[in-house]
Design a protein around this ligand. Sequence first.
Ligand code: ATP
Ligand SMILES: Cc1cn([C@H]2C[C@H](O)[C@@H](COP(=O)(O)O)O2)c(=O)[nH]c1=O
Length: 193
Amino acid sequence: MIIVIEGGDQAGKLTQSTMLEKALKKRKIKTKLFHFPDYKTPVGKEIRKYLDGKRKFPPQVIHCLLAANRWEKLDQILDAQEKNSVLIMNRYYQSNLVYGLANGMKQKWLETLDEGLPKADLVILLDVTQKESFSRQKTNRDKFEKNEEFLRKISKIYKTTAKKKRWKVIDASKSKEEVHKEIMKTFSKKIGL
Ligand SMILES: Nc1ncnc2c1ncn2[C@@H]1O[C@H](COP(=O)(O)OP(=O)(O)OP(=O)(O)O)[C@@H](O)[C@H]1O
Ligand SMILES: Cc1cn([C@H]2C[C@H](O)[C@@H](COP(=O)(O)O)O2)c(=O)[nH]c1=O
């Protein structure tokens, strides 16, 4: 199964996807964690430059690149699916939908970019207020993260999309351990334990 950990800036996606990976491996469940964007690939390097303000692209181009970055990893994803029971995605195509909508792109256009990639079985949205996210100090904010107004928009679109698409929303302003417990509860329920 594919579990996606989603959320805005500093929501705790890296923390929680790593804690989940560790917990599943401890239970002897074969698990592989992917991170998107993957900044190490050729397309990923372009995305990094864009987010750092060193490249300029129209929104259509950056959202195509963000999807292309997943297509670059398709063979690795398929291979990982063969070898593991669970794949965890620290962001996946759901991010492109939310950020793309916030950037004025159409839903159908955005969804077509990722059509054909292995689908998510469970999407967990880590919900934090924009205030809480900003209090989790970060020195180098990227192009999308610098704009507070944009981040408020992202938070709103995440919530409405989660409702429409039945993503599991978890209050991520709680402690790391409490959020992890909630994620484990959701996972157990999903697999019928
Ligand atoms: N539940 C929590 N409570 C308080 N601080 C947290 C919590 N979860 C994560 N943090 C802290 O917030 C910061 C961001 O966490 P993390 O890198 O996991 O978030 P992220 O969603 O992956 O961020 P980004 O999208 O910006 O890469 C880190 O310093 C982390 O230790
Ligand atoms: C995968 C993906 C990401 N984005 C956006 C979301 C963030 O603003 C950046 C990535 O930053 P992070 O600190 O490395 O999480 O890119 C997007 O718009 N579309 C996507 O598919």
